[in-house]
Design a protein around this ligand. Sequence first.
Ligand code: GTP
Ligand code: MG
Length: 224
Amino acid sequence: MLDTTEGKFSIDEITEFINLMQLYEGAMYEVSTKLEILDDEFQVRFSHDPIHHMERRLKSIKSIIGKLQRRGLPISIDSVRDNLFDVAGIRVICNYRDDVYSVSNYLSSQSDIQVLRVKDYIKNPKQNGYRSLHVIYAAPVFLSSGEHYMPVEVQFRTIAMDYWASLEHALRYKSDLPDAKLAEHSQTLLDCARSLQNIEVQMQNIHRDINGAPRVEETPHTTA
Ligand code: GTP
Ligand code: MG
């Protein structure tokens, strides 16, 4: 157990934790390289970049412990391994909604990767208007000790969905607003989510007419 009350960690625990983080980082690079390769291939074959940009992050030790504590889970390395699937995270910001489904499906069908969990908040938006496709992959990391499959949470979304989510996130963490103001802004954000969705559909239709990239509209399926 990591002794967080005293703030003391044994050398063995620290070493084990660093090794674990190295595995998460390896899997994160593995998946983001696969995504870059797909993006490059689309550029060559269809003169279209499906990915606008990507963001990657490893959860900090502070957020890892905070999340375990919030969920009433043990604070230990095994507990991180067994319960947290978003220690390694990649956000893939795509140009169009079609790109979200193409890229996520092409990645999901790769033979060395498993799809552990899928949440499609694009087809089923959250009540507040949040839209994104969340997929938890398990990707192999090869070390001298052998092969380790590690989870990576990938959030696929369009530029418009990302634009919306950034403001909604900022509003959620702005705790000094009066309740009435917060409710008013939340309602406006819900209206904005719907407007952005309409604009996206119209722009996507124009793009479909001028670009021949293949279309996959299905949500990826779990494989593990
Ligand atoms: P947590 O990881 O504890 O949040 O639970 P979960 O794994 O069940 O959550 P989910 O897969 O639904 O969402 C995980 C992540 O998606 C969050 O950490 C955020 O980055 C993002 N997210 C989910 N819902 C919202 C939302 O309503 N607004 C914004 N801005 N981001 C969200
Ligand atoms: Mg999560």
